[in-house]
Write a protein that binds this ligand. Structure first.
Ligand SMILES: [Zn+2]
Length: 77
């Protein structure tokens, strides 16, 4: 059975493909997400920059943020 050279996925997984180095498409998706949404210090810096931008854009406006909440009530029978 063909297996990814980087992770544990094998060819039994739906829609899996392998590149010329035997690395699966899910590893490539993971790498792409890591670039777009970094974690650690880099991710924190990115988050701070977004928060700064929100504060700047909200200056002088009535509200700072909108928070969406859904409340579910469960009634005992
Ligand atoms: Zn993989």
């Amino acid at each position: 059975m063909k297996r990814c050279t980087r992770c544990l996925y094998d060819e039994s997984l739906p829609n899996i493909t392998f590149d010329e180095n035997g690395v699966c498409n899910y590893c490539h998706i993971h790498d792409q997400l890591n670039l777009e949404y970094p974690t650690g210090e880099e991710g924190m810096n990115k988050l701070r920059a977004i928060a700064d931008q929100i504060r700047k854009d909200g200056r002088g406006k009535q509200y700072d943020v909108v928070v969406g909440l859904v409340e579910a009530l469960i009634h005992p029978i």
